[in-house]
Design a protein around this ligand. Structure first.
Ligand code: NAD
Length: 294
């Protein structure tokens, strides 16, 4: 059983540390908040008085903190992790931070001879409590294998994202998708209600189409990801339908800013002679605009 330092015992960190304790490990925790630390002690964790104290003798040092500034403070400040971290210990940052910060922190640690894994998590604090997080891990293969037994106590899905910094990148892209989809979902359901539809009925209908099932699970694998842009549903028609929705929204005084922006993307695709392609050619257009190969 391993000795683990866990820094950041908040909404996510506290139940994660508890799951490591339940797995039989020794978990010395530290948080700036005395109440959080007391909760960790109630779970039979060790309450340390500083990050340095928590880290002394640890084989693994895990941070679960709000932002990169907090991670840097926990590592580099007085009484921080680096004051006592063994050169054999593995540093695992599970916070959601900017990937460039992940790279910079990794470089600083590497210069001092330490190994690091970036392993931010997907899902919610309920999943953290149940040990059912999705862990997006980036790091050297041997370091990921070393961390795996701990990850298996914290999550039910562990994904090797393909190298150092890639867990951090995957997490940001995942959240980009889910945060924007949240806005689109809100626009669609608001438009449904303003049009006199039952929201529950609209949700039931959309659960049976690409609207609710998502393009990743439906149209993309069938068309653009196969390199097939012959139209199953023509982009021109999608542009027409989006125009109908925007008119309906305007008539009901429902602002749909994301929908309006999306129509410009369809217009751009049409201006680039993609109107008669499959509507998933929007992905081909996005790659073209980013200078990526088709
Ligand atoms: P939180 O604010 O509930 O907890 C953070 C804890 O860190 C607090 O208790 C705070 O006192 C402590 N802290 C801050 N700086 C510290 C320092 N220098 N030393 C010691 N302790 C310090 O945040 P959270 O919801 O647990 O989120 C943690 C990370 O997980 C964030 O990066 C967040 O984006 C990510 N995340 C959160 C969720 C979620 O559902 N809450 C889901 C996935 C990922």
């Amino acid at each position: 059983m391993a000795q683990i330092a866990f820094i950041g015992l908040g909404t996510m960190g506290l139940p994660m540390a508890r799951n490591l304790l339940s797995g039989g490990h020794t978990v010395s925790g530290f948080d700036l908040d005395a109440d959080a630390l007391a909760e960790h002690a109630k779970n039979w964790g060790i309450a340390a008085r500083s990050a340095a104290e928590a880290t002394r003798g640890a084989e693994f040092v895990i941070t679960m903190l709000p932002n990169a500034g907090n991670v840097r403070a926990a590592l580099f400040d007085d009484d921080g992790i680096l004051e006592s971290m063994s050169s054999q210990a593995l540093f695992i940052d599970m916070s959601t931070i900017h990937p460039n910060e992940t790279d910079a922190i990794r470089n600083s640690l590497q210069e001092r001879g330490y190994a690091m894994v970036d392993a931010p998590v997907g899902r919610t604090s309920l999943h953290a409590q149940e040990g059912k997080l999705l862990i997006m891990a980036g790091g050297a293969q041997s370091d990921l294998e070393r961390a795996r037994p701990l990850f298996e106590l914290l999550g039910d899905t562990i994904v090797d994202c393909g190298g150092p910094g890639m867990g951090s990148r995957m997490k940001i892209i995942n959240n980009f998708m889910s945060t924007v989809l949240n806005v689109l979902t809100a626009e669609a359901l608001t438009l449904a209600e303003a049009s006199g539809l039952e929201v529950a009925l609209a949700m039931r209908v959309m659960a049976g189409t690409a609207a609710g099932q998502g393009h990743m699970a439906t149209t993309y694998p069938a068309k653009v990801l196969k390199g097939d842009l012959t139209p199953a549903f023509m982009l021109d028609l999608a542009h027409k339908d989006l125009g109908l929705a925007l008119d309906l929204a305007a008539g009901s005084k429902v602002p749909v800013p994301l929908g309006a922006a999306a129509r410009e993307v369809y217009s751009l695709a049409r201006s680039r002679s993609r109107g008669s392609q499959d509507w998933t050619a929007i992905y081909a257009l996005a790659k073209e605009l980013a200078g990526l190969p088709e």
